[in-house]
Design a binder for this molecule. Structure first.
Ligand code: ADP
Length: 414
């Protein structure tokens, strides 16, 4: 920062008046008269006039983002509420340098003041949270209508943090997906080389290696399949499903399809359904995929509990709307509370090697979350470590008569 050029220690030892003068000097490269900061500020405020200052304050208060207005010497004339989030120490009449301590910003203000040219600058704040901003600094000439004019600097800010976070997430996602694919691919290449070389004539080794290669290739195929499903669901997330799906038959279909896996794991699946029919507006294939993921997870990670309960019931949202609750509860080891908020992140696993050993991709719960988002629902997770976990899909119930049933669609197509 420019202040460092004159030495922080020297700066700290100075009185506040000298500090301001020094800061001013650093910012605008000119020495003030003996009257110093305060008298010059008063002169400038006079030049702008109270009514115009008030008008500026009212105008920038109406802007959606942070805004600060400086006089030609870099002193704060006005700022809105948003600006205090960026610079809590802002004070009217004080040099901007005192409260805006980001070096890039100070340089841009100085440049805009000297050259009378608009400036754009990006800066990063670490405290209290990591945040990125872009600032636009525009010199504005306010005419007083009598041939006179006053120069001010208008600073507006955009919070780039959400954009940067999305960029980071995308980069992380690509890195994670590549890493997940590279591991089985490296294993495949290694075995191919071995089969072409040292194990060329070893029939027993060939059979064993081909078995391992099949497992690795299946893992890659599953990962690509999950990635494609996730991107398809995300692409359609803004489109509300229009088909009606009656939940009980669909739950039975999913559970029946997983009975073989349940027998393998020696787990019993108990299904409990209400008397009444519960219907939602939904995309049947997506809902099947989501429920399959939850039951498969319960079978994979909660098998030790020997039992899984799949329960369908009517419930109510906090806002009083009717919803279907489809819960999958297991009695396995459960999940420690610190993992719960992150479980639906892509590639997040409590135990990576356990997930891989179970054939997991780390994308299952992300998929469930996106399916529920698309259906206007949500996923809730409860777990008591040592006593199991319950994953509940909350889906808004459809009001009768809305949407087409799958049968009616088939009739229309036929
Ligand atoms: P994966 O493909 O690894 O199963 P998921 O997104 O479906 O990915 O699940 C993420 C992680 O959540 C799993 O790796 C596992 O650690 C944990 N998990 C999911 N369901 C359960 C469960 N019923 N009991 C314990 N842990 C679970």
């Amino acid at each position: 920062m420019a202040i460092n050029e004159s030495g922080d220690d020297v700066f700290r030892r100075m009185g506040w008046r000298s500090r301001l003068r020094e800061a001013w000097h650093v910012l605008f490269g000119k020495q003030q008269s003996s009257g110093g900061a305060v008298s010059a500020a008063a002169a400038n405020r006079g030049a702008l006039g109270r009514p115009r200052t008030l008008l500026i304050e009212q105008l920038i208060a109406g802007l959606p983002g942070p805004a600060i207005v400086l006089d030609r010497d870099g002193r704060v004339i006005a700022f809105n509420k948003g600006a205090t989030a960026i610079a809590p120490a802002l004070h009217r009449g004080e040099p901007a340098l005192v409260s805006l301590r980001m070096p890039e910003l100070v340089t841009a203000i100085r440049r805009a003041g000297r050259r009378r040219e608009p400036q754009r600058v990006e800066f990063f704040e670490r405290v209290p949270l990591d945040r990125w901003f872009e600032a636009f600094i525009r010199p504005v000439r306010l005419s007083d209508g009598d041939g006179g004019s006053v120069d001010i600097l208008l600073m507006t800010f955009n919070d780039l943090t959400p954009l940067r976070r999305v960029e980071e997430m995308r980069a992380d996602f690509i890195a994670n997906a590549s890493h997940e694919l590279r591991t089985p691919l490296a294993a495949l290449l290694g075995f191919i080389e071995t089969l072409q070389g040292p194990a060329r004539d070893d029939t027993a080794a060939r059979a064993r290696f081909l078995g391992i290669m099949q497992v690795q290739a299946t893992r890659m195929a599953r990962l690509i399949d999950d990635l494609l499903s996730l991107s398809r669901i995300e692409l359609n997330e803004h489109l509300q499903p229009s088909m009606t799906v009656e939940l009980a038959p669909f739950v039975r279909q999913v559970v029946d399809g997983l009975q073989m896996l349940a027998r393998d794991r020696q787990v019993e699946i108990k299904v409990s359904m209400p008397e009444e029919a519960l219907t939602v507006l939904g995309e049947r294939d997506e809902l099947i995929r989501a429920l399959e993921n939850l039951v498969e997870n319960a079978l994979k990670y909660g098998a030790a509990g020997k039992r899984i309960d799949v329960t369908l019931a009517r419930g109510q949202t906090r806002g009083g709307h009717a919803e279907a609750r489809l819960a999958v509860r297991d009695y396995g080891p459960g999940i420690a509370p610190e993992h719960l908020p992150r479980l639906t992140e892509r590639f997040y696993r409590v135990d990576v090697s356990d997930s891989r050993a179970q054939g997991g991709t780390g994308l299952g719960l992300a998929l469930v979350k996106h399916v529920l988002n698309r259906h206007g629902g949500k996923l809730s997770i409860e777990s008591t470590p040592g006593a199991g976990a319950a994953f509940t899909m909350h889906l808004p119930l459809s009001t009768t008569g809305v949407g087409a049933t799958e049968d009616s669609l088939i009739n229309i197509i036929a």
